[in-house]
Design a binder for this molecule. Sequence first.
Ligand SMILES: [Zn+2]
Length: 67
Amino acid sequence: MSPRKSEALARRCPICGRPRMEKFKPFCSKKCADIDLARWLSGRYAIPAQESDEADSEPTIDTEDKA
Ligand SMILES: [Zn+2]
């Protein structure tokens, strides 16, 4: 595989745009890798956990079981 110029340009850190380092690919440094990881984790944690105990306050519909 011979690297093309376009591929060389594409090989940049998605965080800061600087040339990526093989050691930290696809990032340029551990710092940018950590930033991306933090973004990813924050995205995960951003998932709303609204399933609280309030759901239990609703009456359970189990009358159909008597049918
Ligand atoms: Zn970077």
